[in-house]
Design a protein around this ligand. Structure first.
Ligand code: MN
Length: 738
């Protein structure tokens, strides 16, 4: 039992509250301070009996979220008030109506968007997905909902240490799946990077620590390098009378890790560990010229790589990011990325959306804001509320991370579409009718099919025909959620018509069989034909995919009870599986850590010792995935209610599948040496081996059965000692989605 010094705590709460006020002060108007005080007192009173998992007073959390809103996103009073009250409606007695009466409709609306939906969800739906959709619904009216939510999420991630492991897993997965991409889309780079770093910290702790300490170790040599690199540049900038600041910033741990993984190289070989940033202090009218002036100075001293010039000043990114990037060769033979931007651009890059709006007033420029366009898209997507929440989140997410492609209409208007967008997407972007009737396009005056992938600078003219109509294949040709949802709508419409026909046929058939038609019978027929929904069943009948004569089978089977598909809860899933459990395995599953039957997911092949979780599948019982499985974020964040806790109890003589990649210089006898170790020395069974020996390089993949991570580590060490072998790594076969 920890004793708490109540008096000391009270002082600390006041200290934190004062710090918040102090930082917000420069932006406060008229009654703002009073309003914030009122919100603080309401929150303090409402949460007074509550403590966080860490044991701290709960009020620290809303205070910290408000502080993030001010310091890191640059938000004002409404958001501060909303942040202070964000957990009040969900966690305490206070109702939304009271908030509205005390703080007005704007604050109430934001808090409503932040309050989770409670209640029962249909099978196949997900509470997280529903909550996310609800939050986005409010976004289209007030983007501050998302910004406060991101601040909330960031603080929860920063304080994740005191959470139990299964909660951690759920939170980090949602974060990497939705919130980090969302922060990216809103241009909040600092928050996005921190979320990703924290995700890595709790997923691959060792890797995270190793990279973090290597960054710290190399700090002084890096500073030395940057100083000498900048010397001639600064000299020249001073002579030109430019006002500027320079900074050398290491890349985020997550992005370094990504590079190491993608290129399969150690930390030491990642060449762009850091970027140099030159931030200019200049008038708005002079910005572009000044940035290019600095570019010219930099490239006078160092040779640029022409493939790596990025001009996001002439064409800002969709999320508002503006900057000029170049990569140049330093005197030590290392490539160095230099980012050139102004103070205004820098603030937008760091604080994203909020800063964007701050600067937008009074510029009165032709600045077409990509963000505004994006929020417009979200609004449109939300209006098609026919899709299931999960489908919606997937579509939405698909649109978050994409880079953009810039194309032009025949009249020369610029359209920004996600990277990979096709002529069909372009058509739907112009108008739903144009999309639905799209036959093909003329790109730069050449005829192309509807699935033509657009390239930067393309000028696109859409060709239509009144006879054209969307079909299933179109879903593969479109990448934007707008086009996809419009195509789905049309297909659904067509399906509905076929389903109506089908229903009539079924009714007629039943009448002939003298069976009265009702919903129960429809559902039993659905089960008999193994269709997901009754509509699917009607549709297939209507389309002639199910022969109406087959319905007779119903009569024969009527005496046999058809399996009823009912709504299931998490409980009943595990219960079902427990019943069939042969209980001889060593993986413990569920809250009670029971032995139940399970299968190992093929997408990540877990082995004893791996950090794992169980996933309740619809047809195949519990599947066990590694927490680092590429499918984990999607499963954990969209289907949280189907996750069951799993843990290895001990390591026994059971074999598991793992894949190894071996790279080395080829020599006669190498394969024999490798396979010898595997089969003879360690008594391991190989399932398959594939080897590529192009141009003297040995590149082999071995799939084998081993007993545990320890066993695998031993094997890797042995293999690495074989003459000619350079590297042995374990990898996941990600081709299969399990
Ligand atoms: Mn919260």
């Amino acid at each position: 039992m920890i004793t708490v010094d109540i008096e000391e705590e009270r002082k600390e709460i006041i200290r934190r509250y004062r710090r918040l006020l102090r930082r917000a002060k420069p932006f406060l108007k008229d009654n703002d301070a009073k309003l914030i005080k009122k919100a603080f007192n309401t929150s303090l009173e409402a949460h007074k009996e509550m403590r966080r998992k860490s044991g701290e007073p709960y009020i620290y959390h809303p205070l910290a979220v408000a502080q993030i809103c001010v310091d890191e996103i640059g938000l004002g009073t409404t958001s501060i008030v909303a942040a202070l009250l964000h957990d009040v409606v969900e966690d305490t007695e206070i109702e939304l109506e009271e908030i509205e009466a005390d703080f007005g409709p704007k604050v109430a609306k934001i808090i409503d968007g932040l309050t989770k939906i409670s209640g029962v969800f249909d099978h196949g739906s997900s509470q997280q997905a529903e909550n996310f959709r609800k939050m986005l619904l409010t976004l289209s009216e007030d983007v501050r909902v998302i910004l406060v939510k991101l601040a909330d999420r960031l603080h929860n991630m920063r304080t994740l240490g005191s959470m139990p492991r299964h909660k951690q897993l759920k939170i980090i997965s949602e974060t990497i799946y939705l919130y980090a991409p969302l922060a990216h889309r809103l241009g909040l780079y600092a928050i996005k990077s921190e979320l990703e770093d924290l995700w890595l910290k709790y997923t691959e702790t060792e890797v995270y620590n190793e990279i973090a300490s290597k960054i710290a170790e190399s700090k002084s040599s890096r500073s030395r390098f940057i100083r000498s690199f900048l010397l001639p540049i600064q000299d020249e900038m001073n002579k030109s009378g430019l006002k500027y600041e320079v900074k050398g910033r290491p890349k985020s741990i997550h992005s370094i890790w990504n590079k190491m993984k993608k290129q399969n190289i150690p930390f030491e070989e990642v060449y762009d560990l850091f970027a140099i940033r030159i931030t200019l202090d200049t008038d708005y009218d002079n910005e572009k010229a000044a940035c290019w002036h600095v570019y010219s100075i930099v490239t006078d001293f160092y040779k640029p790589n022409p493939d790596r010039l990025r001009d996001w000043i002439s064409t800002p990114k969709g999320n508002g990011y503006e900057s000029l990037h170049t990569t140049v060769m330093s005197k030590t033979g290392k490539w160095v990325e230099v980012q050139i931007r102004t103070k205004r651009m820098d603030e937008i890059a760091e604080k994203g959306y909020a800063a964007h709006w701050k600067y937008k007033d009074g510029m009165g420029s032709s600045h077409e804001s990509g963000l505004e366009q994006w929020i417009g898209h979200v609004r449109e997507m939300l209006q098609q509320n026919d899709t299931s929440a999960i489908e919606f989140v997937d579509d939405f997410r698909a649109n978050l991370f994409h880079d953009e492609v810039f194309v032009f209409t025949p009249k020369g208007d610029l359209k920004i579409l996600p990277f990979g967008a096709t002529a069909l997407d372009f058509a739907f972007d112009i108008h739903t009718e144009v999309g639905a009737k799209c036959l093909g396009a003329k790109v730069n005056n050449k005829l192309v099919p509807i699935n033509y992938e657009l390239k930067n600078g393309d000028q696109v003219e859409i060709l239509t025909s009144i006879k054209q109509k969307p079909n299933e294949d179109w879903l593969h040709f479109a990448v934007t959620s707008k086009a996809k949802s419009k195509i789905k709508d049309t297909l659904k419409e067509a399906k509905k018509i076929a389903a109506i026909d089908g229903k009539e046929i079924v009714k007629r058939k039943l009448k002939q069989m003298k069976i009265p038609f009702d919903g129960d019978i429809a559902n039993q027929l659905r089960a008999l034909f193994d269709e997901k929904t009754v509509t699917d069943f009607y549709y297939k009948v209507g389309k002639g995919l199910i022969d109406p004569a087959e319905i007779r089978r119903y009569k024969e089977l009527k005496t046999v009870k058809t399996p009823e598909k009912t709504k299931r809860t998490e409980r009943s899933y595990t219960d079902d599986i427990k019943k069939v459990s042969p209980s001889h395995d060593i993986l413990l599953i569920g809250e009670d850590m029971d032995r139940v039957d399970y299968k190992l997911a093929k997408c990540c092949n877990p082995i004893p010792g791996d950090d794992v979780f169980g996933f309740v599948t619809v047809n195949e019982g519990i599947k066990v995935h590694r927490t680092t499985c590429p499918n984990a974020p999607e499963l954990l964040s969209n289907h949280g209610n189907r996750i069951v806790k799993s843990k290895w109890m001990s390591q026994q003589q059971t074999a598991f599948l793992a894949s190894l990649r071996i790279i080395g210089t080829d020599r006669v006898g190498l394969i024999r040496d490798v396979t010898d170790i595997i089969s003879r020395e360690l008594k391991v069974n190989m399932r398959s081996i594939t080897i590529d020996t192009e141009t003297g390089i040995f590149d082999g993949t071995i799939v084998l059965y081993i007993n545990s991570t320890k066993h695998l580590d031993q094997l890797i060490k042995k293999l690495e000692k074989v003459n000619g072998v350079m590297k042995v790594t374990r990898f996941d076969e990600t081709s299969e989605n399990d």
